[in-house]
Design a binder for this molecule. Sequence first.
Ligand SMILES: Nc1ncnc2c1ncn2[C@@H]1O[C@H](COP(=O)(O)OP(=O)(O)O)[C@@H](O)[C@H]1O
Ligand SMILES: Cc1ncc(COP(=O)(O)O)c(N)n1
Length: 504
Amino acid sequence: MAADAGGRGPGIPRVLSIAGSDPSGGAGIQADLKSIAAMGGYGMCAITALTAQNTRGVTAVHTPPPEFLAAQLEAVGSDITVDAVKIGMLADTEVIRTVGEWLARTRPGVVVLDPVMVATSGDRLLAPDAEDALRCLLAQAHLVTPNLPELAALLGEPTAASWDKALDQGRRLSERTGAVVLVKGGHLEGAACPDALVDARVAGSGSVVELPGTRVDTRNTHGTGCSLSSALATVQARTGDWARSLAVVKEWLRGALEASDELEVGHGHGPVHHFHHARAAVPLAPGEFAESLWRDAEKVRAEIAALPFVSELSAGTLSPEDFAYYLAQDALYLNAYSRVLARASALAPSEAEQAFWAEGSRVCLEVEAELHRTWLAHHPAEASQRAMGPVTKAYTDHLLAVSASGSYAVLAAAVLPCYWIYAEVGAALSGRHAARADPGDHPYGAWIGTYADEAFAEATRRAVAFTDAAGRSGSGAERAAMREAFGASAVYEREFFDAPRRFA
Ligand SMILES: Nc1ncnc2c1ncn2[C@@H]1O[C@H](COP(=O)(O)OP(=O)(O)O)[C@@H](O)[C@H]1O
Ligand SMILES: Cc1ncc(COP(=O)(O)O)c(N)n1
């Protein structure tokens, strides 16, 4: 197709996906409709084929008669202005012919063709004898988005082993078809995941516009190609500029890959989180997000309760060396933790939160000084060494790294386990201690008594509520980062209680 695809301007683009159905919702028309909506478009679809598939693979394909596809296209096109078309799974030669005839007749302003041949799972989605017909159809698209194996198959060559070879193949496919070719790096080995727009009609160095990218470490790549191509069609209808559209879509897709674990869909290659950037129309109830963090940490919390340090402290059999090590590390930890809480105060979105974390920061220094005045005064050797143990160092490094990231919500999630898990351990220890027949005669009785501090319990409740509120008002991507930060800190809590046994 010769002319450059133009933009519609700021209106809502009406985008038609002509593609197959994926009942598991991660690829095909289901991914397309989500992606179109995520990019601010109005999505429509004409279904070429029905697949029975999930995140593990395709078990069956049913292709309705081509007349029925033609009827769908006619119904949409005769009533609605179509600003952009995305074409995905085409199943067989008859389907390709039907789509080709409709395109030739209607000549939509933006046509993005994703030459789907094989699913992420390795299953075929195009009949082998339909490849020639697909090659011919490419000339009716403005942009073609093959992955590396598809690019090679369309040229009848082996899959490119390097990015340069892939760009060369892209240039030749662009020459043959007259379409711009998006060469995608998803199937490359290594940490880089670039994409490039290759346009053989442009002379010289302007023929390749490359967008670098880093690979997101996930196996949830089901439907990335579908999502990318339909999102591109939508944004292109707005901007009329492929390079600008690709920059917007690539950034969005990276976020969708990063937040994909939040979905917890299937056991194979899971889908991406198309709406990671948006808030759900049904908001989370107060407490709901914090409860989910707490549930996620259930296993680590059970492991902490079962640690020898906890049972020995409770029974009074903990060695004085282990106890002294723990206290000295606690003092070092509190000093660093105080600085991190001060950073949470600096980032806080409200005065109430600002004051809360600042007070927490101050109290940490007070408790640290108190440790030196009382407990550590009895263990001058431990106190004077003052070297951070490996766990204390790793835990505080993690907190400092999160505090440098600049997200208040993620920092709140990272500091929360030190309140919440410590309060839970403390409540169990002091409850058991109070139930003892003779609590006065216990070497760590006075220390265990400090756990029953109502002011700390109240501070914990407020820290939970503030973190919950930050999670509820954040985006999906932010909540995913909060989960990761909370989970990491919970693991460091476990390691901190276990450190005396290993390093004292
Ligand atoms: N792990 C990943 N991290 C970041 N981007 C990825 C990853 N996997 C795929 N992509 C991007 O997703 C898009 C689809 O790429 P690709 O996987 O090559 O296509 P397909 O889904 O058709 O096989 C491209 O923009 C690619 O750069
Ligand atoms: C109906 C349908 N269409 C396309 C794909 C390819 O998916 P991917 O984007 O992972 O290559 C698929 N698995 N199912």
